[in-house]
Design a protein around this ligand. Structure first.
Ligand code: CA
Length: 227
């Protein structure tokens, strides 16, 4: 998933970024409200972690403006103190959840998972296609009930594909959702990761699930697309 972290305290921003990356998310950061609002509008994020106290524009205003412009990306607000007033203002501005600083990273992760799950609209958290299953909570992947070990990035790529089954996913789209804004769309890194994933997911199985759509991108499906 692709996440934007808007936080001016560098130490906190790096801590969140590092932890979310270790979980396989692509993470962009912004250090003030103007940059954060801009990035949130031009990019397609799955979640925004938004501090309230920010230079140039506070998190409440950023959130309200995004909602006014029709950006419905889930927002997890960070508040500096356990102030009822801040929380109410944040929720009124359109935030989906909040977290009081300082927080345990495990709690941030749990809230991030809950918001991403809510957004993907699934009651059962497990993503399934054919005999391939991915559980975003335990982060385990099985095919035909046999466990598959994936690297963090392979996992992130597979999760993104499983959230968008039977759809042609262009390299640009994959890059935008699985890599951060420093991703070079000209590189062949996506093809390399897809081939790693294929070796682990499809090799030795009768039905291939990951398909190359010539000149268009990739698709995960139980059906072999005409190509
Ligand atoms: Ca701050």
């Amino acid at each position: 998933m692709k996440i934007l972290v808007v936080e001016d305290e560098e130490r906190v921003a790096l801590f969140i970024q590092k932890g979310l990356r270790e979980e396989g998310h692509a993470v962009d950061t912004a250090a003030d409200g103007e940059d954060g609002g801009f990035l949130a509008e031009v990019n397609d994020y799955d979640l925004i972690v938004l501090d309230i106290m920010l230079p140039k524009k506070n998190g409440i205003s950023v959130c309200r403006e995004l909602r006014d412009r029709g950006v419905n990306t889930p927002v997890l607000m960070l508040t500096a103190r356990d102030s009822v007033e801040d929380r109410v203002r944040g929720l009124d501005a359109g935030a989906d959840d909040y977290l009081v600083k300082p927080f345990a990273f495990e709690e941030l992760l749990a809230r991030v998972r809950a918001l991403l799950r809510r957004q993907s609209d699934s009651k059962t958290p497990t993503l399934v296609i054919g005999d391939l299953e991915l559980n975003p909570i335990s982060r385990s992947v099985t095919r035909n009930s046999k466990g598959i070990r994936l690297t963090t990035k392979e996992y992130a790529l597979l999760e993104y594909m499983l959230r968008n089954p039977n759809k042609v996913l262009s390299r640009t789209l994959i890059g935008e959702h699985v890599w951060d804004m420093n991703f070079d769309p000209e590189s062949n890194v996506i093809d390399v990761y897809v081939s790693h994933l294929r070796a682990k997911v499809d090799k030795g199985h009768e039905t291939a699930l990951i398909h190359t759509m010539r000149g268009q991108g990739y698709m995960i499906s139980t059906d072999t697309p005409p190509n």
